[in-house]
Design a protein around this ligand. Structure first.
Ligand code: SF4
Ligand code: SF4
Length: 292
């Protein structure tokens, strides 16, 4: 059975999006490398029936950055990002950008675009929606006064929730890598399988929630972020949360603790192939990192 989270299509209307982006050359989709969470990947895979290998690249990350995953015990860690068109242009467009004659383009996966794309160029500062200062948008394209700020805040809050969950999932994966026999190496395909398997199970939890419950969970998650310690030695202080969020945290915690799928271990010789991939694809040089 294919489970698709209906909330993926319930994005609030972002009132300024159409006018600001329709006359722009889509520099954001061309100049940035778009890093993604596991939920973004699952959304594209389940919604568009693509394999992760068709649209993702991975590259070396700083190992102690949250969300950086390992494939072995060497100390190297990686990030995943949307692939780029492979050509000789200095700035290569996102693989999903439908380029238009004369420059610019439209997102080819609008309903399934990653959270970082949905929320750009906004962020929150002390819970207040603000515009990023380093935007690639034409001067004056975005004005807070014309934006549906509440809808943007909801989007950013949902992004934060999914980024936090992804960090838990990566922690879970990294623990598995750290506790494997010395010399064990996992392939990127195995990592993708792990992610998709997890998010398919998470969808079973989220799809039974009403839209109102989900909105409440997302909102309160952002208020109580510091107490979301769901795995590890510390215990989550779920008693302090609303009933809705407490139940969601309990379900998520149970899923994280019981999620132990068998995964394939790969031979050491694969290391050479992986290193070749980085060289062929190039390391992202201008990441549109999570910034909220
Ligand atoms: S650079 Fe800004 S205005 Fe242009 S497409 Fe991207 S978000 Fe829209
Ligand atoms: S997924 Fe869509 S919005 Fe995001 S960078 Fe690619 S083309 Fe642009």
């Amino acid at each position: 059975m294919q489970i698709v989270d209906s909330r993926q299509r319930l994005s609030p209307t972002l009132s300024s999006t159409a006018c600001a982006c329709s006359t722009c050359t889509a520099r954001c989709c061309i100049e940035y490398t778009v890093t993604v969470t596991g939920y973004d990947v699952w959304g594209i895979v389940s919604g568009l029936k693509l394999a992760p290998q068709q649209f993702l690249v991975y590259s070396q990350a700083t190992s102690n950055v949250a969300g950086a995953f390992k494939l072995d015990q060497s100390g190297n860690a990686f990030d995943i990002a949307l692939d780029k068109v492979r050509d000789d242009r200095q700035y290569k467009p996102c693989i999903f950008l439908a380029e238009l004659p004369g420059g610019g383009g439209r997102c080819g996966i609008h309903a399934f675009r990653p959270h970082v794309c949905q929320t750009y160029p906004a962020l929150t500062e002390d819970s207040i929606v603000a515009l990023r200062k380093d935007v690639l948008c034409p001067t004056g394209a975005w004005k807070l006064v014309h934006m549906n700020v509440g809808a943007w805040q909801d989007q950013i809050h949902e992004f934060v929730l999914h980024r936090d969950i992804y960090e838990y999932v990566v922690q879970l994966w990294n623990r598995r890598v750290d506790s494997a026999l010395p010399g064990t190496r996992y392939s990127i395909d195995t990592y993708y399988d792990f992610l998709l398997n997890f998010y398919q199970r998470l969808a079973v939890i989220t799809t039974v929630l009403s839209e109102n419950s989900w909105i409440e969970i997302v909102k309160e998650w952002n208020v109580n972020r510091s107490t979301h310690v769901l795995i590890g030695d510390e215990q989550d202080s779920i008693q302090t949360k609303s009933a809705c969020l407490a139940k969601f945290c309990r379900d998520l915690e149970r899923l994280l603790k019981r999620f132990k799928p068998s995964v394939k271990q790969d031979s050491l010789s694969e290391k050479q192939n992986i290193n070749s991939n980085w060289l062929a694809r190039g390391k992202p040089d201008n990441s549109l990192a999570v910034s909220t």
